[in-house]
Design a protein around this ligand. Structure first.
Ligand code: SAH
Ligand code: SF4
Length: 357
């Protein structure tokens, strides 16, 4: 038990902390490596599976430690793509969502870092639901563990921090989960397979660069114009795009990675000729690529205010927009809207079972 007389949530502990816990129990260091292996590589869901541990150790673990922090409530599968949406509940009964997106030989898992989100972006269902709380490291990692058990033999090949919440606001737990995912004991998930998406918290972007994880970073850009960006992303009033670009330059220099700009296409707001010019100018500054995302409907949230008036740019116009950018030698990826039939596409997550949609 920890000092509050509660069970240790094992996935909240870094490999060093696991070692310390075991050392206190008189167990050698290699046992903590074995435990890491059981949890993260073998996806163990019960201590009784850990057969290379003595019965006494398994019993002590079961008495004093918690292995799994989330409960899987439901899995919905999209009928027009292989996308699956997992609905989990936390111990305090908050609902969070995780999306598995299969694509050829890849299985990408989109994980959440908060229940809800405090940033209130006008186009995002998670933003519209408001903020409940940060997720713990264990809750972030368990989305991966429980989804991996349900995803067939290829396993999860990529992780994107693009589910519910702003990972850089839940900085400590997001970073700890990244440290565990990319730890040398772990098999299969290199830093190149992990992308963290942020709406832009400049000092945290710089701090992330300092941590030496060198994972890929995506900035939710959506407009190159400060005033327009502030209208659709209120956080821009606190942390301007200019400050974020400066932080991103720092990140790409330090980590030798390329930034991805995410750009959700909103009719009449960011799909104009001047938006193309501004994007071209921006992309010349920093090694980058652009991910164009069709705006996914948030009608299931019955939005009001600016949100109610948002409309998607028609697909043929998005394709034209992409073509124009490519002419300027910019790498553009047009993301499809996999999973929109089960409200599992970008920005549609709101902790609800959408089987009634
Ligand atoms: N909070 C982080 C990560 C989660 S959002 C961030 O904002 O980057 C993941 C991505 O989905 C972001 O790029 C976000 O801007 C985008 N998004 C949000 N709502 C959307 C919607 N309704 N349609 C399409 N993309 C959306
Ligand atoms: Fe939060 Fe990202 Fe949604 Fe904005 S887009 S409200 S930052 S989850």
């Amino acid at each position: 038990m920890n000092s509050d007389n509660k069970k240790y949530e094992l996935k909240n502990l870094s490999p060093k902390e696991l070692e310390k816990l075991f050392a206190g129990w008189g167990e050698p260091a290699f046992r903590s490596k074995q435990l890491f292996n059981w949890m993260y590589n073998n996806l163990a869901s019960d201590f009784s599976e850990m057969l290379n541990f003595s019965k006494a150790l398994r019993n002590r673990l079961a008495e004093e430690c918690e292995l799994i922090s989330l409960k899987l409530e439901s899995v919905q599968s999209s009928s027009n793509s292989g996308t699956k949406k997992f609905l989990f509940s936390t111990k305090d009964n908050n609902k969070i969502e995780t999306v598995l997106i299969p694509d050829k030989n890849r299985n990408t898992l989109c994980i959440s870092t908060q229940a809800g989100c405090p940033l209130d972006c006008k186009f995002c269902a998670t933003g519209l639901m408001g903020f409940i709380r940060n997720l713990t490291t264990a809750e972030i990692i368990d989305q991966y563990i429980l989804a991996a058990k349900n995803c067939g033999e290829n396993g999860i090949t990529n992780i994107v921090y693009m589910g519910m919440g702003e990972p850089l606001i839940n900085f400590d737990d997001s970073v700890k989960s990244l440290e565990i995912f990319t730890h040398e004991y772990n098999i299969g998930l290199s830093r190149r397979k992990i992308t963290l998406s942020t709406s832009g918290i400049p000092h945290r972007i710089k701090e992330l660069a300092e941590r030496g994880l060198r994972i890929k970073l995506a900035l939710s850009l959506h407009s190159c114009f400060e005033d327009i960006r502030s209208k659709i992303m209120p956080i821009n009033k606190k942390y301007s795009l200019a400050e974020n670009i400066d932080a991103i330059k720092y990140y790409t220099d330090k980590t030798k990675t390329r930034i991805t700009y995410e750009y959700t296409m909103l009719k009449g707001i960011n799909d104009r000729p001047e938006d193309i010019d501004a994007l071209v100018k921006l992309c010349r500054k920093i090694p980058s690529k652009i991910n164009l995302i069709p705006f996914n409907s948030i009608a299931h949230m019955a939005p009001g205010g600016i949100s109610a008036g948002l409309e998607p740019t028609p697909l043929n116009k998005i394709e034209k927009f992409a073509e124009e950018l490519s002419k300027h030698k910019i790498t553009v990826i047009l993301r499809n809207t996999q999973g929109s039939d089960i409200a599992a596409a970008c920005g549609q997550l709101a902790g609800k079972d959408n089987s009634q949609l």
